[in-house]
Design a binder for this molecule. Structure first.
Ligand SMILES: Cc1cc2nc3c(=O)[nH]c(=O)nc-3n(C[C@H](O)[C@H](O)[C@H](O)COP(=O)(O)OP(=O)(O)OC[C@H]3O[C@@H](n4cnc5c(N)ncnc54)[C@H](O)[C@@H]3O)c2cc1C
Length: 393
């Protein structure tokens, strides 16, 4: 994360990898727009499968600065819409991909509690007070992972394999010519430069941002969601509140709440959605004319410590403190927000761009993308290389 005063707040983990500075190339085989889980997974696989192809990742801010570095870190099975035709086993695939790329991110899969306000399981270890009695309804496959380590690990796998990763480099416009032309705003030593990069193929892995580029404006809903972390809890607090199994949890009814333990025994809790601002500007800096017309809202300048977001944080904090007497005194150490892209039917979007067969769009995991983004990032790499078709969802 870039600095402790980020207007979206800072989560309690670090991304301890910075790509090597490099010069923006004029031409590449494969350009990936977005340096989150999706883009970095695709980049690492592209170089693994086709080391002869040049691969360039263009990231408007810093790697992981979108949802991936700000996520909850619950690795879950399937998609937000459940299993999809031909999807396969997401969790098994995720584990295999992390292992093949030597990403050691502390992934554990002990299961995840689904909590509900009716029909509790016998002997629910959790009994919290939150708009009714919140108890375990069932345990589903999944478990926690350290998101900072996944972002850093994927980038660490991609770069030495030959992928170039350029941070502070925002794609403003794509010209759907042959080759494709990306108009890019590039920050070099604090100064903006406009450049053009030609690419044979593009993967748009921009999630809730740059919706004009991905042709998702109107068909999807970008939101910011909120999370906080507590200081480490004592063993007695964990036991009393039912958290000593270390299983993550999420509610299956409303009001929504999810969470998980950190290695430190602090607990992350998340809930709440606030709208994204929608002014036409650049993601990170002085916008060009093209950026003003086409690129994303200036999301990174939206301050979640004010207005509706601040109120939502206060509500979340109060809910956490009232869940159980053992959590009443839990000190809040971190508050942060991150983007989620909601789609029709909660189905992920994985398709060719309407303007070009050579551009693939992969986004819209509906808050269910920790394992899925990495898993489908690998699939996207195979599709770009013509080794696999895209799904029909
Ligand atoms: C608070 C929070 C909690 C979550 N918890 C969970 C969870 O517990 N389990 C789960 O499964 N999922 C969870 N999710 C969802 C999951 O984190 C995301 O689905 C996943 O991280 C998406 O990864 P991504 O790479 O597609 O997108 P991102 O990580 O958002 O990456 C997109 C990147 O593209 C860059 N970009 C955008 N436009 C441009 C441009 N024009 N030029 C260059 N770069 C650009 C952005 O800067 C960004 O870095 C959560 C999300 C949030 C926000």
């Amino acid at each position: 994360m870039s600095g402790k005063t980020h207007p979206w707040g800072v989560p309690p983990w670090a991304i301890d990898f910075r790509p090597k500075p490099c010069v923006l190339p004029d031409q590449v085989d494969l350009a990936i727009v977005g340096g989150g889980f999706t883009g970095l997974s695709a980049a690492a696989w592209l170089r693994k499968l086709a080391p002869e192809k040049s691969v360039l990742v263009l990231e408007a801010s810093s790697i992981g600065e979108g949802a991936s570095g700000r996520t909850g870190g619950l690795a879950l099975a399937d998609t937000a819409a459940g299993p999809m035709p031909g999807l396969g086993d997401v969790l098994a695939g995720y584990k295999k991909i992390l292992s093949a790329l030597r990403v050691d991110a502390g992934l554990e899969l002990p299961g995840v509690y689904e909590l509900g306000r009716s029909n509790p399981a016998k002997d629910s270890p959790i009994c919290w007070s939150d708009a009714g009695d919140l108890q375990v309804v069932r345990t589903v496959p999944g478990g926690p992972v350290d998101p900072g380590k996944v972002v850093a690990g994927l980038a660490r796998a991609a770069e030495p394999a030959g992928a170039q990763i350029l941070e502070h480099t925002e794609v403003h416009v794509i010209e759907y010519s042959n080759p494709l032309r990306l108009r890019v705003g590039h920050k070099v030593r604090g100064r903006f430069q406009q450049k053009e990069v030609r690419a044979a193929q593009i993967l748009l892995a921009t999630n809730a941002f740059s919706l004009e580029l991905s042709d998702l404006r109107g068909a999807t809903q970008p939101k910011l969601t909120l999370a906080l972390a507590t200081a480490p809890l004592t063993a007695a607090q964990l036991k009393a509140s039912g958290l000593s199994s270390r299983r993550p949890f999420y509610t299956i009814d409303l009001p929504y709440l999810w969470g998980r333990l950190l290695e430190s025994n602090g607990v992350v809790f998340g809930a709440g959605l606030v709208p994204m601002p929608t002014s036409g500007a650049s993601l990170f800096g002085k916008p060009s004319q093209h950026a003003q017309k086409f690129a994303s809202p200036n999301l990174y300048r939206f301050d979640v410590r004010k207005g509706e977001a601040e109120e939502s944080f206060r509500w979340l904090e109060s809910r956490v403190h009232h869940l159980h007497p053992a959590l009443k005194s839990a000190r809040i150490t971190h508050r942060w927000a991150g983007p989620i892209l909601f789609t029709e039917g909660m189905r992920p979007i994985f398709r060719r761009h309407p303007q070009s067969e050579n551009v693939i769009v992969l986004a819209g995991y509906n808050g269910h993308g920790v394992a899925l983004s990495v898993y489908l990032g690998q699939w996207a790499a195979e599709a770009l290389l013509g080794r696999r078709s895209l799904p029909s969802w």
